[in-house]
Design a protein around this ligand. Structure first.
Ligand code: C2E
Ligand code: MG
Ligand code: MG
Length: 412
């Protein structure tokens, strides 16, 4: 993936430089340059004929820190990729990232120290495994005509990922995740086409086409005796459109299902863009009986006070905190805090991105109500989802608690 590319590593800590340079050499980067300070990095960047494809920078450095470096990179017209690495807390890393975005820099992601191979792989090698992070993935160009055609002919359609109730170990819900089945490119993930959809102002077309398909599926499941409350992801922009509740109400009636059969997920970052119209829309949706989940909790900047002003019924803890939380105290604290907050606000708590038995056990112990993740199932087409739910009457096999505790793998 980094074949022939020039990577510039910026860190005042020689050990970190060593780890990173070994890592990128392993990825067959064309050249790996090292700078011990932001000032050195800028000098290297300004060398005539120097083309740098990726800069990986620490945030905390003497003389010039990573935040200043962001500004200087903007002034230097740097248009390559940028990744931020830091031992600072997540809020600080998030604000640095936000700042980079505001400068128009192409920030592909962030990684916290201590560096681990899995974390670096997730950042640099997994564009095909997006983690709710649209910026991190390769964007494909589409025209409005192509998108309209794909919406009309059903090439853009929902996949379903089950949500499992922790106490019952039973599938009680699902999330609809959009996919584009392209005859040439295969199954495209949201990260590959949602940015184009948003850029072309076609988010609302996509949402309604997808909702229609999802509501139709729910109606058909109900006829088969399958009750699975299914959530649809909606963008911040759409929540500000006053007609949204009426349009959803109409769609529910058209397909003959109830408001309680569905839920809506809104990413935490979106809360920042809320205004009076958003509050009106959310309140009306809740009055209709639709559950509203705050998605990717922990990645945004929404302060707790503003969260309390909106009628959310579920809190989804972002997978970045779930991933590796069995050995990362920071993530463990975030999960604990989210659970406390969710309880105080009477919300259901869901942990996303559960991949391992240890992660499942950790969130179960912390009192999370629902889990979602590859440990149970990946998002799947409707033809697979229905048999998956009907098997064992919706019961899923999750690792027994005692085995893990006996093996001493779980730290409380
Ligand atoms: P999200 O709503 O937070 O969805 C969860 C994402 O995590 C999904 O990625 C899902 O496939 C992935 N995931 C679930 N379990 C695991 C796991 O155990 N490990 C890992 N590594 N990943 C897991 P997906 O489907 O690529 O969607 C990415 C994001 O795109 C979603 O994040 C959501 O923000 C957005 N999105 C998806 N479908 C729609 C849609 O229909 N409309 C809108 N507006 N946004 C959508
Ligand atoms: Mg979601
Ligand atoms: Mg999420």
């Amino acid at each position: 993936m980094f074949n022939g590319q020039t990577v510039l590593l910026v860190d005042d800590d020689p050990t970190q430089l060593l780890i990173l340079s070994g890592y990128f050499q392993g990825l067959c980067a064309g050249a790996v340059l090292e700078a011990g300070s932001a000032i050195d990095a800028l000098d290297m960047l300004r060398q005539p004929g120097q083309a740098i494809d990726l800069i990986v920078s620490d945030l905390m450095m003497p003389d010039m820190d990573g935040i200043e470096l962001l500004r200087e990179l903007k002034h230097a017209g740097y248009d390559g990729k940028l990744a931020l690495i830091s031992s600072l807390n997540q809020a600080m890393v998030n604000s640095a990232r936000k700042l980079g975005d505001m400068h128009g820099l192409n920030i592909i992601g962030t990684c916290r120290k201590p560096l681990r191979k899995a974390g670096l792989d997730a950042l640099f090698l997994a564009p095909d495994m997006p983690r709710g992070n649209l910026e991190a993935a390769t964007n494909v160009d589409f025209t409005a005509e192509q998108i309209t055609a794909a919406l009309e002919n059903g090439a853009i359609r929902p996949f379903y990922q089950p949500k499992v109730d922790v106490k019952q170990k039973r599938i009680t819900g699902a999330e609809a995740l959009v996919r584009w089945l392209d005859p040439e490119r295969g199954v495209l993930t949201p990260a590959q086409f949602l940015p184009a959809v948003e850029q072309l102002n076609m988010s609302s077309e996509l949402t309604f086409a997808l909702m229609k398909a999802v509501f139709r599926d729910i109606a058909s499941w109900k006829r088969q005796g399958l009750e699975v409350k299914t959530a649809v992801n909606v963008t911040a922009g759409e929540i500000g459109v006053l007609e949204l509740p009426d349009r959803i109400g109409q769609l529910l009636r058209d397909e003959g299902i109830e408001a309680s059969d569905i839920a809506i997920e809104i990413t935490e970052n979106a809360v920042l863009e809320f205004n009076t119209d958003s509050l009106e829309v959310l309140s009306r949706l809740r009055l209709m009986g639709i559950d509203i989940a705050i998605d990717d909790f922990g990645t945004g900047f929404a302060n707790i006070k503003s969260l309390k002003e909106y009628p959310f019924s579920e809190l989804k803890i972002d997978q970045s905190f779930v991933r590796g939380m069995t050995d990362d105290p920071f993530s463990q604290e975030t999960v604990r805090a989210a659970v406390t907050l969710g309880r105080q606000m009477n919300m259901r708590l869901l942990a996303e991105g559960i991949e391992t038995a240890e992660e499942w056990e950790f969130v179960r112990k912390r009192g999370v109500d629902e889990v979602q993740g590859f440990l149970i199932a990946k998002p799947m087409p409707v033809e697979e989802f229905v048999p998956f739910c009907l098997r064992n009457d919706g019961l899923v096999s999750l690792p027994p608690v005692s085995d893990l505790e006996d093996a001493g793998q779980i730290a409380s």
